[in-house]
Design a protein around this ligand. Structure first.
Ligand SMILES: Cc1ncc(COP(=O)(O)O)c(C=O)c1O
Length: 435
């Protein structure tokens, strides 16, 4: 059985559940591992409050908990950096969402534990501290979120972590880049911002042959469209700021760790044990970049509607991509749903939909800057995944930090996060801006 009801950080007492709710199958609800994605996203980890029957987990805006005698913790709660009931509900729900199987197929995934953080980068930072040591090497995508690259290159670099950017669509190139010190292969698929697709199963094989972990940033695809753990990944990373939160009103991050995943190179966690989940739990509590109760509650609220939002995001994205393909001012449209995309067939196999992000090129930086300044329904802003459509110039905005590196993006590139407004208004807005 998937064990999202039983996770706990290594140094936090056992027995904690959200508000005393029964997270394992009971006479009151079915085994959520056997239900579809939307049912899991709405219910798993979120049983009605045991005291009041409140149907959504309350915001436990509290830092500490009364003990019934020293060490007599109620439900395992002692201090909200270590654990908070609203965060526990989110962490259980995220684990259920990522480990319960593909939305399209219902295939079961491996047991997993979820951990919620104050941002996507806080989640990434905690994971890398938990699994790497000075002298280790990481393979990173040669197209990735600029902040991830900055973290690996400019924060972990000075602490003795080496990295190699590789085109992850080329599995042989990844294999060739592996060194004895390689401990992590970091995957984004689709990538940000060029929407490259890579083969998670094949890359898991390369990583595991090398004794390394396969980490997949699933922010763009979301667990509704892609289930990396079921495809062999050890850890899934999210910026929950994006589609999971879904309303551009909260910054957050998450790790979902396969419980079977072991630390690379025979490493032991400072808390004892060799499993990645235990090490991540220890580091989450020790470094403390946790999601606050209100942020956890907002994120949980977003997760409940992820499936319906994604259906609309990708229907609108397909309409936008089709319009852009036919537009004379656009030199290239990048969307995995287009048969012209080199990763189209792989995406069709690996994902149950093509997502809501579209990138396109305009032939010159001046045109790209002009277009992003002229839209009226698409808002010029960083970030993505909210209900409202956003447009940006990656070269000068989200990916400014990788200028001058091998991850530099084309200067004529425009990225749109297609929202869930009416498709015809979105197309008309782009038509006006491109005219
Ligand atoms: C793919 C991806 N991963 C991680 C992050 C970092 O997340 P956050 O901004 O929540 O720290 C982002 C942010 O844009 C992203 O796009």
């Amino acid at each position: 059985m998937t064990c999202w009801g039983s996770w706990r950080p290594a140094d936090v007492p056992a027995g904690r559940t959200y508000a005393g709710a029964v997270s394992t199958p009971s006479s009151e609800h079915p085994d959520w591992t056997t239900t579809g994605f939307s049912t899991r996203a709405i219910h798993a980890g979120q049983d009605p409050d045991a005291t009041t029957g409140a149907v959504v987990p309350p915001i436990y805006q509290v830092s500490t908990y009364k003990q019934d005698g020293v060490g007599g913790l109620r439900g395992g709660y002692e201090y909200s950096r270590s654990a908070n009931p609203t965060r526990t509900a989110l962490e259980e729900a995220l684990a259920a969402a990522e480990s319960g199987g593909l939305a399209a197929t219902g295939d079961g995934g491996p047991a997993a534990r979820g951990y919620a953080f104050s941002s996507g980068l806080a989640a990434e930072d905690t994971l890398l501290r938990a699994v790497l040591r000075p002298g280790d090497h990481v393979i990173v995508p040669d197209d990735a979120y600029g902040g991830t690259y900055r973290l690996v290159a400019r924060v972990f670099g000075p602490w003795g972590i080496e990295h190699t950017p590789v085109d992850l669509a080329d599995v042989d190139a990844v294999r060739a880049a592996v060194r004895p010190e390689t401990k992590v292969v970091w995957v984004e698929t689709p990538t940000n911002p060029l929407l490259g697709i890579s083969d998670i199963t094949a890359l898991a094989g390369v990583a595991h042959d090398a004794g390394a972990l396969l980490v997949v940033d699933n922010t763009f695809a979301t667990p509704y469209l892609q289930q990396p753990l079921a495809l062999g990944a050890d850890v899934v990373v999210h910026s929950t700021t994006k589609y999971i939160g879904g309303h551009s009103d909260v910054v957050g991050g998450a790790l979902v760790v396969a419980t079977a995943a072991q630390l690379p190179g025979g490493l032991a966690s400072p808390a004892g044990g060799t499993d990645v989940a235990g090490a991540v739990g220890f580091h989450q509590n020790s470094s403390g970049a946790v999601a606050g109760p209100f942020d956890a509650w907002l994120t949980l609220r977003g997760l409940k509607t992820l499936a319906v939002r994604m259906d609309r995001h990708q229907a609108n994205a397909a309409a936008v991509a089709e319009f852009l393909v036919a537009h004379p001012a656009v030199t290239e449209v990048i969307y995995p749903g287009l048969t012209s995309h080199p990763g189209h067939e792989l995406a069709a196999r690996q994902m149950s939909g093509f997502g809501g992000m579209v990138s396109f090129r305009t032939g010159s930086e001046a045109t790209a800057l002009d277009v992003v300044a002229r839209t009226q329904v698409f808002t010029l802003a960083e970030s993505l995944g909210g209900v409202e459509s956003l447009i940006e110039h990656p070269g000068r905005m989200t990916h400014g930090s990788v200028a001058g590196t091998s991850l530099e993006v084309p200067e004529d590139l425009v990225r749109v996060s297609v929202g869930i407004e009416d498709a015809e208004d979105l197309v008309a807005d782009l038509a006006r801006a491109l005219a």
